[in-house]
Ligand binder design. Structure first.
Ligand code: MV4
Length: 449
């Protein structure tokens, strides 16, 4: 096992990782930017090193500085958390070259999933269900686009090859608007990514975003855990995640779970990761992408399964054997996570950094709060706006919703704006309460005009 781990991250996830290390008896090194001197992760760690100025590129993305910090402190491993360098193949490579264990999969695995188009291609070739599509770029001046779209079947969606995060996507319902949509998508893609390539896919109507947590050891054993439903998103940012999905039954769970396990096997995946699928109304599922990191929403799976995913991730990176078996994993409860952001829901969610005055965060039976904020803490404007994750867990979905509502009522965060009122609104929405969550839920039922 590792003796000392450097955490190349900040915020709630850095705190989460330090806690896991402490329970495993591993020393911790926190790195931080100049503005983060008073941050919670710095207070929690055994050792701290300032790695640069406040902007992320000078600090949490500063590879030479982070590697130097690991060498000076004698850390034998680096945990990248999520975001920042978590899916950076070059960083994983540099760690390896310096004899420091990168706590994550191999650089080859990161690379194979890093390019979303070639990841889909590889999975399709390997027999994993993918959305029917053009299998390559399409151009507006190519007369074959009409035949391709007809074969796929309308509606189709045009996506940017270099895209991600839903930028530049366009839905086309009939051949009349196809060519124009491709032209517009190409222009948008060029402006946003400097690359005008676009491709075509069958548009899945009212899909759900269903993802499976997987774990893998270096001996080739892979298990999948019960799914998370992450359909409630705003501008392709997840807001609420829950497990199990109210719209997945045992048979479908097994079917998609096995596919997720196969996806991980294909790339010899080690440690923890997540395979994302789009699922349509009929229960057809399609591979979307794989995240080769621990994710923001991992706590819902921890509450549902009783497995500490961060500790498992560290143990698997250290070469330990996986003792979990998919068939033995039980769904212990229903869990829901609300991401509370320092944003103003009344002003189009503009970030709301600043000093936190009075702070009261909820607790009690069935509530877990993962956060790094405290009364007097100043939220810097440089990084993402997540300030707390409230996780409610109870024997049933209805009870978990009740708990979340009561927890949200207890939240008091003075000095800055936050999104807890939006969560309260969603928790009391009838469509949500019935479990009817698809990716257009927010625009249809919450932000309707
Ligand atoms: C889709 C889709 C429907 N059909 N692809 C959005 C982000 C990008 N990663 C994929 N996205 C979608 N791709 C096909 N063929 C609907 C979405 C989508 C979506 C997906 C997951 C979660 C939220 C979403 C919100 C809008 C659209």
């Amino acid at each position: 096992m590792f003796k000392k781990i450097l955490i190349a991250n900040r915020g709630e996830i850095a705190c989460r990782i330090i806690r896991a290390c402490r329970e495993l008896g591993i020393q911790t090194v926190a790195i931080h930017s100049e503005v983060d001197r008073e941050s919670m992760h710095v207070k929690l760690a055994d050792q701290t090193i300032c790695v640069g100025h406040s902007s992320a590129s000078d600090s949490y993305l500063n590879i030479p500085s982070i590697i130097a910090a690991a060498e000076i402190s004698g850390a034998d491993a680096i945990h990248p958390g999520y975001g920042f360098l978590a899916e950076n193949t070059y960083f994983a490579e540099v760690c390896e070259a310096c004899g420091i264990k990168f706590i994550g999969p191999s650089k080859e695995s990161i690379e194979q999933m890093g390019d979303k188009i070639s990841a889909i291609e590889l999975m399709k070739k390997s027999g994993i269900p993918t959305v029917p599509g053009s299998d390559g770029p399409v151009r507006d001046d190519d007369p074959r686009i009409f035949a391709i779209a007809k074969k796929i079947g309308y509606p189709v969606i045009i996506k940017a090859t270099a895209g991600g995060g839903g930028k530049g996507m366009r839905v086309v319902v009939s051949s009349e608007t196809l060519q124009n949509a491709i032209i517009m998508a190409q222009i948008e893609a060029k402006a946003a990514f400097g690359n005008s390539d676009v491709y075509m896919e069958k548009y899945i109507e009212e899909p759900r975003h269903i993802e499976f947590q997987i774990l893998g050891d270096k001996y080739g054993k892979i298990v999948y855990l019960p799914e998370r439903d992450c359909s409630i998103q705003r501008r392709h940012q997840k807001l609420i995640e829950e497990s199990p999905s109210p719209l997945i039954n045992e048979a479908l769970r097994k079917k998609i779970g096995k596919a997720a396990k196969n996806v991980a096997s294909i790339i010899n995946y080690v440690t923890v990761g997540t395979v994302e699928f789009l699922v349509d109304k009929k229960g057809h599922f399609y591979f979307m992408e794989m995240n080769t990191r621990i994710q923001v929403e991992h706590p819902v799976t921890e509450m549902v399964t009783g497995i500490d995913l961060v500790k498992e991730q560290i143990k698997l990176a250290a070469g330990e054997r996986l003792y979990v078996a998919s068939e033995k994993v039980k769904i212990l409860c229903h869990a829901i996570e609300c991401r509370v952001n320092a944003e103003d829901p009344d002003k189009d969610f503009i970030p709301s950094p600043g000093k936190i005055g009075r702070l009261y965060l909820p607790g009690g039976l069935g509530i877990r709060v993962d956060t790094h904020v405290y009364s007097g803490y100043v939220i810097p404007p440089y990084y993402d706006s997540l300030i707390a994750k409230i996780i409610a867990f109870a024997p049933s979905r209805g009870e978990a919703i009740m708990k979340m509502q009561r927890a949200l009522r207890e939240v008091e965060i003075e000095g800055i704006k936050n999104t807890s009122s939006l969560h309260s609104k969603i928790m009391s929405n009838e469509v949500f309460r019935k479990g009817y969550v698809t990716t257009d839920f927010l625009s249809k039922h919450i932000f309707e005009r």
